[in-house]
Design a protein. Sequence first.
Length: 243
Amino acid sequence: MQLQVDVIASIGEARAVDLNQHTVIVIDVLRATSTIITALANGAASVLPVETVGQARQQYAEGDVLGGERFCKKIAGFDLGNSPHEYTSSWCLNKRIVLTTSNGTRAIQKAVRAEHVLAGAFLNASACARLALSLRRNVALLCTGTQDAFAFEDALCAGMILHEMMSDHRAGTIVTNDLGMLALSAYKQHKGHIHDAVRQCSSGKRLLKLGFSDDVEYCSLTNQVHLVPTLHEHLLIPHRESS
């Protein structure tokens, strides 16, 4: 089996032809997909990703948790921001989370017509790779970026997922694009010190300056979670690996 696994640099670079009939793995390490993974791992029933603050308020129903950020800060009147540390089991258990973020939820909406949409991060990279392989579709690793600009931490994570896929004995032949080759090379260079690399990137520095050092450290952890948020009828629900 030959599989095409391409890396896309940012939301603005993604075209429908790159996503349709693909398995799309949306990556927003700092912090949307890391937060979504954490919320579902802590018992949330689902996450509804929406693009705008207005849509989030419109979709909110009694019993939901309203989460989101703009410019890294919690939106006024919302229950939670976009820090994974906020999404504890006391907030999340059996709840639907309505979430809007500056970049990540927008990327998920961009991919909505894909065959399969998964949310990936360092936290679940191996689980993400295994699920993507099992779906037997060409894969697009969609790096969210920041305001349509390239974000190194997302490409580094894409490189890790690509490496995990290539290392799987079931994979067969995997072919990637030029950016995939660069992402893979970057991961191999930095895999022993992911946290340091994430701290040094632009998004990491921004969050550190705003006092979110715990988030930067947590979002740099690898393979801590064995579930993959999977889009089903506009909701991200947890796909858990069988033991």
